[in-house]
Design a protein around this ligand. Structure first.
Ligand SMILES: [Zn+2]
Ligand SMILES: [Zn+2]
Length: 278
């Protein structure tokens, strides 16, 4: 079994692991959030917010355990963000666990979907988008909002900017930075449909199948991405880096590196990093 691991990409610390059907947990300590908790590795217990993509066991199975461990350690109750399709069942799961565990399993449950957003911090929001999978699934973009001096004022002397401000003018603009997009489990169609997926600085994309052991058609039937489909769309990706993940357990780490090296077109090779144990 692959162990949890972590590294930094574009200055963003990423921990966790993701193996198709087994366990997915992508932990971003710098943003205070994790995507999915399949089995709750130790490092993710400290994360106060989990954004769940869908209800498959390998993505949601560790939710109650995550909550219980935070309680045990007297950490503040966590926030769990789920799609509207899953909120009722998620609530029932916790109701059953409260009876079994004789505990309160305190947490805040937030249901949102595409078109809505959830504030994580004063300048950071999570914005869901529709992924396409065998179960209802949504990805999330982490969007940072910052203010900058209005473009037409840039380069002007301080006195003029002060004068504009004293006339009551707004001298700053709000700009949005799509720092990360995580698709969860999905068909490749999410790349065609969702601009945030193509433009996020860091894209975290599942590529479950890598070669002809499983054909692209079979990958689609299973609701997952095949590497051929990524290569065909090489020109669409505007991301600074693409972390590829959720490989089928049939591929070993050396295998994954070798296949990516051999098959990725030059325009993607430098930007694509596999999320596997080093
Ligand atoms: Zn999965
Ligand atoms: Zn799934």
């Amino acid at each position: 079994m692959a162990r949890a691991h972590g590294f930094s990409i574009l200055g963003i610390e990423v921990r966790g692991l993701s193996i198709g059907g087994i366990e997915t947990c992508i932990d971003l300590p710098g943003f205070g959030v994790a995507f999915d908790v399949g089995r709750a590795p130790e490092h993710v217990i400290a994360r106060p917010t989990v954004l769940f993509t869908h209800g498959h066991m390998d993505h949601m199975g560790g939710a109650a355990y995550h909550c219980a461990l935070r309680g045990l350690r007297r950490l503040p109750p966590p926030t769990y963000v789920v799609g509207h399709e899953n909120v009722a069942a998620f609530g029932e799961l916790f109701a059953a666990w409260r009876k079994l565990d004789r505990s309160t399993l305190e947490h805040e449950l937030v249901a949102i979907g595409p078109g809505e957003e959830h504030a994580i911090g004063p300048r950071l929001v999570a914005r869901p988008f529709r992924s396409l999978h065998r179960a209802p699934c949504q990805g999330y973009a982490l969007v940072e909002r910052r203010t900058r001096l209005r473009a037409d004022l840039a380069g002007l002397p301080q006195a003029e900017i002060r004068a504009a401000r004293s006339r009551g003018e707004e001298v700053t603009d709000v700009v949005e930075d799509i720092r990360v997009a995580f698709c969860g489990d999905t068909l490749i169609d999410v790349v065609d449909r969702e601009e945030v997926v193509r433009t996020a600085k860091l894209l975290i994309l599942e590529v479950t199948f890598l070669d002809d052991r499983v054909s692209p058609a079979e990958a689609r039937e299973k609701g997952h991405v095949h590497l051929d489909e990524v290569c065909e769309r090489a020109d669409l990706f505007q991301n600074e880096a693409i972390l590829v993940t959720h490989f089928s357990a049939r591929y070993g780490p050396a295998d994954i590196r070798k296949i990516l090296e051999a098959r990725l077109p030059a325009t993607l090779r430098d930007r694509v990093v596999p999320f596997i144990p080093s």
